[in-house]
Design a protein around this ligand. Structure first.
Ligand SMILES: O=C(O)[C@@H](CO)OP(=O)(O)O
Length: 225
């Protein structure tokens, strides 16, 4: 039996301001930092010993991961950062206020943009891409102009298959510190949730989700701590 723990970062400035975030690299708020410490203390009480930590290349997840690692007194763990665990890219919605878009486009459209598996948000223009050097090293085409949850799922899964699943199969517990929709994609995969069923799944900031997995990585137990 191996343990897999998923944690969404603490509250970010964009969460506080109710704006679409995606790949925008926004910091944690003071509340978010406190949530990360509290989550780490609860995780420490479980006594889980991890083999490695995986996070995105966005600071709200990285800082949360570092706080968690310190709180569980496993700051020495290998920590792997990958763009594949970045939040789903919100395209041209990034930076806009969610309530303002509800007023402009209607609640149903916003709910579809936020929670449907297949809906792609309005795309950024090619000229609006950031060409950030953290992505350029992978070559052209890594930075999306916007992603549906399905598109994010498809780029997350290879990292699961190549880097996380083999560690779990070898008996090493793994901690993933990522984002609301990255984690919804992983939860969909782990729990075999349908394309429609994933609409209703929400992941709270700073609440560790602990899975016990069997030797074929089937979920035996799920618990929030
Ligand atoms: O803005 C975002 O990138 C995400 C996560 O905060 O929000 P949503 O809940 O709309 O998926």
């Amino acid at each position: 039996m191996t343990e897999l723990v998923l944690v969404r970062h603490g509250e970010s400035t964009a969460n506080r301001d109710n704006t679409y975030t995606g790949w925008s690299d926004v910091p944690l708020t003071a509340t978010g930092i406190a949530q990360a410490h509290a989550a780490g203390q609860r995780l420490r009480a479980t006594g889980i010993q991890f083999g490695a930590v995986h996070t995105s290349v966005l600071k709200r997840a990285i800082v949360t991961a570092n706080i968690l690692m310190a709180e569980i007194d496993q700051a020495w763990l290998p920590e792997y950062k990958t763009w594949r665990l970045n939040e789903r890219h919100y395209g041209a919605l990034r930076g806009q206020n969610k309530d303002a878009t509800r007023r402009e486009y209607g609640k149903a459209q916003v709910q579809q943009w936020r929670r449907s598996f297949y809906t792609v948000p309005p795309l950024l223009a090619p000229s609006e891409l950031a060409h950030d050097r953290r992505y350029l090293k992978y070559g052209p085409g890594i930075e999306p102009r916007g992603e549906s949850l399905k598109m994010a799922y498809d780029r997350i899964l290879p990292y699961w298959t190549d880097r996380i699943a083999p560690q779990l199969l070898a008996g090493h517990n793994q901690l993933i510190v990522a984002h609301g929709s990255t984690l919804r994609a992983l939860i969909k995969y782990l729990e075999h949730i349908s394309d429609q069923g994933i609409d209703g799944v929400e992941v709270a900031n700073g609440v560790p989700i602990c899975y016990q997995l069997d030797e074929r990585l089937r979920v035996v137990k799920k618990e929030r701590v």
